[in-house]
Design a protein around this ligand. Structure first.
Ligand code: AMP
Length: 191
């Protein structure tokens, strides 16, 4: 199996790269942000609760996203591997993911981080907000809050995966295809 954690701040291009990676490596894409947005669209109780936090740029509680990932893993027993996009975002989530994969006799193979500076991220997110209508992409102070949450809660995961020699960082600035080829080289040279 190939289990890949795609890492990077909001707007780094994780979703775009995931779409290309699932085709090339035949992986199942698990984006907690996408799953939460579909819960909101379906107006489930979970979605309505999560929306309040997401609209402000806060994280949804660990137990909620861990439960979502656990059921997706159970529903995709025959997968050749997974791309985790936007998960884990805290150390508790990373530990839970290790445990869930261990129960299935597998592991996270690597974390690939897309490195993009804060100014470029804000620019990209405001642009995406215009196209997608996402509330959390339209307000500069909420965007700054999400980047701050990332730097405080999520960036430390770099150390978590570095300690297991599984952390790889690549330059996330360039064309989609240039970045894709950097990600693929990293995967192919280290899997
Ligand atoms: P994303 O699409 O990954 O940028 O996620 C959008 C929003 O969903 C985030 O700002 C959080 O409010 C929430 N979210 C997504 N994934 C997680 C996660 N792993 N842990 C906590 N909150 C999350």
């Amino acid at each position: 199996m190939l289990n890949l954690v795609l890492f990077g701040p909001p707007g780094a291009g994780k979703g775009t790269q995931s779409q290309k990676l699932i085709d090339k490596y035949n992986l199942v894409h698990l984006s907690t942000g996408d799953i939460l947005r579909s819960e909101i669209a379906n107006q489930t109780a979970l979605g309505l609760e999560a929306k309040k936090l997401m609209d402000q740029g806060h994280l949804v509680p660990d137990e909620v996203v861990i439960g979502m990932i656990s059921s997706k893993l159970d529903n995709n027993k025959d997968a050749a591997g997974f791309i985790f996009d936007g998960f884990p975002r805290t150390t508790a989530q990373a530990e839970a993911l290790d445990n869930l994969l261990k129960e299935k006799g597998t592991v996270v193979n690597m974390m690939v981080a897309l490195d993009v500076d804060d100014e470029e991220l804000t620019k990209r997110l405001l642009l995406r907000g215009k196209d997608s209508g996402r509330a959390d992409d339209q307000d500069e102070s909420i965007i700054r809050n999400r980047i701050e949450v990332y730097n405080k809660n999520t960036a430390p995961l770099k150390d978590y995966y570095s300690a297991q020699s599984k952390f790889y960082s690549i330059d996330g600035i360039g064309s989609i295809d240039e970045i894709f080829s950097r990600v693929c080289d990293t995967i192919d040279n280290n899997r």
